[in-house]
Design a protein around this ligand. Structure first.
Ligand code: SF4
Ligand code: SF4
Length: 139
């Protein structure tokens, strides 16, 4: 059976509310070594300082963005905007078109309670969603 996003158009328009950048619990912003290096270079920070201040390694060895006690991503500024928006990791660029969210109507509608941009604005081209779907699965 086709995934939900192949069955009907999905609408999305980000309002930049920043809610998806404040998580907590077991939610992490995963990034590859290349993505973290691109962000470090963009912020013009030394490797050592960047690692200490902005990154965490999970027990399994995965690299994630550090977050505050309230779950705010370390790259979120005081205005609720991403300081590295132009080069944010794939996980952020592809949201909310993650495989687990666009696979079923139930998951998509459940996520709409968290993200006010879901079901807002124009329909997103299926090809674009498929690109993210495949990139996330490959990653
Ligand atoms: S929660 Fe949704 S609308 Fe808000 S910033 Fe994230 S993607 Fe955009
Ligand atoms: S990197 Fe930017 S877009 Fe991604 S969670 Fe952090 S603040 Fe949000």
């Amino acid at each position: 059976m086709k995934p939900f996003f192949e069955q009907q158009p999905l609408r999305f328009e980000c309002t930049r509310c920043g809610r998806c950048c404040v998580a907590g619990g077991d939610y992490y912003v995963f990034m590859s070594d290349a993505e973290s290096e691109a962000i470090r270079s963009y912020l013009q920070l030394s490797r050592r300082w960047f690692r200490r201040r902005y990154l965490e390694r999970l027990e399994e060895g995965e690299l994630v963005a550090a977050s505050g006690p309230d779950g705010r991503c370390v790259f979120l500024d005081s205005e609720g905007q991403c300081r590295v928006y132009k080069i944010r990791p794939l996980q952020c660029r592809s949201y909310p078109f993650w495989p687990e969210l666009v696979r079923s109507k139930t998951a998509w509608q459940r996520e709409a309670r968290r993200c006010e941009g879901i079901n807002r604005g124009k329909a997103i081209a299926t090809d674009r969603i498929r690109k993210f779907f495949n990139a996330c699965r490959a990653g």
